[in-house]
Design a protein around this ligand. Structure first.
Ligand code: ZN
Length: 159
């Protein structure tokens, strides 16, 4: 639908308003084949599909709820321990995640700049609400900036 797809690794099927302040964006993986995580064999034989509903960054000032159609694919390698595997969407989501990677990153950065409670108050106005606890959890999972790593390293080694 959108040749400039803004959803990493995915093609947009359709966009539907949800209430007055939200959008549901239905997407599917763009790659015709998947690579088995166990044996690295490539396959495009679809076994089944499922739908995930992770939260994503806002669009047009509205909350976005993705509707990700994920394919389960057969692994045809007879020596492989897996018979099927789920197509990876590693640029968009971690397995079982309820939020996209880029949403985690954006909210984590706001948490680093403002802290938990002020960050939560700001995000409530930006169509990406999160609790203070969630923001602090995301801050703990953010990688340290390179300058901070050098300072930390200097402190630990005494140089
Ligand atoms: Zn396999």
């Amino acid at each position: 639908m959108n040749p400039l797809s803004l959803i990493p690794g995915c093609r947009i099927r359709h966009v539907t308003p949800f209430g007055q302040n939200a959008l549901v964006v239905a997407v599917e993986g763009r790659a015709p084949h998947g690579r088995c995580p166990a044996c690295r064999h490539i396959s495009g034989s679809v076994h089944s599909s499922s739908v995930r509903h992770p939260a994503d960054l806002p669009s047009f000032g509205r909350e976005v709820r993705l509707q990700v159609h994920v394919r389960r694919v057969y692994c045809h390698n007879q020596a492989c321990s897996k018979q099927t595997f789920t197509e990876p969407l590693s640029r968009l989501l971690k397995p079982y995640a309820r939020r996209t990677l880029r949403l985690d990153k954006a909210q984590g950065r706001i948490g680093i700049a403002l802290g938990g409670e002020p960050g939560a108050r700001l995000l409530a106005h930006g169509a990406i609400p999160a609790s203070a606890y969630t923001i602090l959890r995301l801050v703990r999972h953010q990688p340290l900036p390179s300058a901070s790593r050098r300072v930390l390293s200097a402190l630990m080694t005494g140089r």
